[in-house]
Unconditional design. Structure first.
Length: 599
């Protein structure tokens, strides 16, 4: 609290009028009279300090300057006389019996017929020990930018003279601690170069007191307050908030490199709650995850409505195009729906794509070609279908695709599509030659009039067949695929992740990962970085469900481990942003997660 350093003066008056003088509080008498300079004296309590914080005795000193020294000075606590002082005008006030609170002190003296008062001086009686209210950073998913300052926040201001330079220490980057101007926090800067790592800090409590001298209190009485945090290589953001996610997360990048996601989730967290499942679309902004439009579903939604296989691409205008499968639990048949965001509302692109066949759709894939036209592929028991949106309708690209017509069994896993800037479109899917056979991977390229095979079919050396797979086109137009081969239902638990790329000499294949542990490799995803290097991500699907990211250096014949990002068991999505580097999206139980480089 700040007070004007002025003295109060008024002419001595009969006792009968003293109450009136007290109410005036400052200045001169009502008649405007004032003492001459030769009669003026000034009173001041405890020097330049405007406030004293105490928990016990306080020495009160009244300094008198000016024309003369009065015989006595009266010390008031509020309006109550606390003591009458004689030179050297000192008084030890024992506050032990006072209640905790704020007390105003005022000194008064008479000289040569005038009465003078000091400015108010504040005394805070405080016997409550301070405590640590918060520490930062803390946790195991700390963003580098948030961890630059390591700090401890207290319940009240600390006494600056009680703080030592080594009071707060950071293991990896020791520097001097600094108390904030308001005394409420103690902090040290941290080097960004220390991330990613496991780090810790400790606060030495010895000697730290508040302004009244109360020692810092730590429950249990330890002499230090220590905590740890982890700055991971990849920082993970929860895109779903309170929604209960029911299927994988689709990921796309805006022109500025920021992510957009789509996922299916239950609608009970809405206000009012909605039955069944719906499609949520969100984009990353400076404010965090922001929803794009309302929730998406088709027709009357019931509690049994299920949405699966969410897909997402961005048009040349930056607006999202999404696709999903909608059906009802316990009923056959799922409708394949496609919607485009027009900057205001979600607009359907045609009617249900598989409406004419009404067959059970296994899965679907969605891409945007070089002319901004969505292309959709979907699989059912009959084979593979591909259609492209042209003007106001879906136009089929070729006829039904099969690997082994008649005898083959199309995998229940979704197909994949890839397209490059030259307009090349490649389709891939898994299919077994018979009901007892192991699925193999088929690739075909659209020539403008038909689908031509790309090399031989692919499979690993486990004999268990293709499970899930991903597809991309390299800068030279050649395809690259990654796939997983899972364990036998009642046999070996060995799982593998493979990569294959096609050149003029044929397919080159390599095993990226193998595990004999209780794991089941799932959800491989592929992407290219700014240097044209391929990255592959997958999760092991086992206990702990680690999400792995490897990269394939240009000119190298082997994959290099890059990171273990998090945990999850569903299919992954991956893209590479010039701003954020590789981004990976997945679900971990009921939440949608997106991770990018922690920088």
């Amino acid at each position: 609290m700040s007070f004007l350093s002025v003295f109060h003066r008024f002419r001595a008056a009969p006792v009968a009028s003293l109450g009136v003088l007290m109410l005036l509080g400052c200045g001169s008498l009502a008649d405007g009279s004032a003492p001459s300079p030769s009669d003026e004296i000034k009173l001041d309590i405890n020097g330049p300090r405007e406030t004293d914080h105490v928990r016990g005795p306080l020495l009160v000193t009244v300094k008198v300057t000016g024309a003369a020294t009065p015989d006595k000075v009266q010390l008031f606590r509020g309006n109550a006389l606390l003591a009458t002082l004689i030179p050297p005008f000192q008084y030890t006030w024992d506050t032990a019996d006072e209640k905790e609170g704020v007390y105003p002190l005022k000194a008064r003296a008479e000289w040569n017929g005038w009465t003078f008062e000091s400015p108010l001086h504040t005394v805070v009686v405080d016997r409550t020990p301070p405590v640590v209210k918060a520490v930062w950073p803390v946790g195991h998913n700390v963003h580098v930018t948030e961890s630059v300052a390591i700090r401890v926040t207290f319940s009240e201001p600390m006494l600056p003279s009680s703080v030592r330079m080594d009071q707060l220490m950071n293991r990896s980057y020791p520097v001097s601690a600094k108390l904030s101007e308001d005394g409420m926090s103690l902090g040290v800067p941290q080097s960004r170069s220390s991330a990613p790592n496991q780090d810790d800090a400790s606060l030495n409590l010895e000697g730290l007191t508040d302004l009244a001298g109360n020692p810092l209190l730590e429950p249990g009485g330890p002499k230090t307050h220590s905590w740890t945090w982890k700055l991971p290589l990849f920082w993970t953001s929860a895109a779903s908030g309170s929604e209960a996610v029911t299927d994988g997360v689709a990921l796309a990048l805006e022109a500025n490199g920021n992510p957009v996601v789509a996922y299916s989730a239950k609608g009970y967290a809405e206000s009012p709650p909605l039955p069944g499942e719906h499609l949520f679309v969100k984009r990353w902004t400076s404010e965090g995850w922001t929803r794009v439009g309302g929730l998406l579903s088709v027709g009357p939604v019931q509690a049994s409505t299920k949405l699966r296989n969410p897909l997402l691409v961005l048009g040349s205008d930056g607006n999202p195009v999404v696709a999903f499968l909608q059906g009802r639990e316990g009923e056959p048949g799922r409708m394949l729906q496609v919607f485009r965001w027009d900057s205001a509302t979600w607009q359907p692109l045609g009617s249900t794509l598989n409406g004419a066949q009404q067959r059970e759709v296994h899965g679907a894939a969605l891409v945007m070609d070089s002319e901004g036209r969505p292309i959709v592929a979907w699989s059912d028991v009959e084979g593979l279908h591909v259609a492209r949106w042209e003007v106001n309708q879906w136009v089929a690209l070729g006829g039904l695709q099969r690997g082994t017509p008649g005898a083959g069994v199309v995998s229940a896993q979704p197909p994949s599509l890839a397209v490059d800037g030259a307009g090349r479109v490649v389709l891939s899917w898994a299919e077994a030659g018979s009901a007892e056979g192991a699925p193999e991977l088929y690739l075909r390229r659209w020539t403008g009039t038909l689908w031509e095979p790309l090399g031989k079919t692919l499979k690993g050396d486990t004999g268990r067949g293709i499970r899930e797979h991903a597809l991309l086109l390299l800068p030279n137009g050649g395809p690259m695929v990654a796939w997983s081969e899972g364990p036998e239902p009642f046999g070996s638990w060995e799982s593998s992740v493979y990569e294959g790329s096609l050149s003029e000499t044929g397919w080159t294949m390599a095993a990226v990962w193998r595990s004999a542990a209780r794991a089941e490799a799932r959800g491989p995803a592929l992407a290219l970085d700014a240097e044209g290097r391929a990255l592959v991500a997958w999760n092991d699907g086992g206990e702990g469900s680690g999400i792995y990211l490897n990269w394939f250096p240009s000119g190298s014949s082997s994959w290099s481990d890059l990171a273990v990002i998090g945990s999850g068991s569903a299919r992954l999505s991956m893209a590479v942003s010039p701003l954020m580097g590789p981004l990976i999206a997945w679900t971990d139980g009921a939440g949608a997660r997106v991770a990018w480089l922690n920088k």
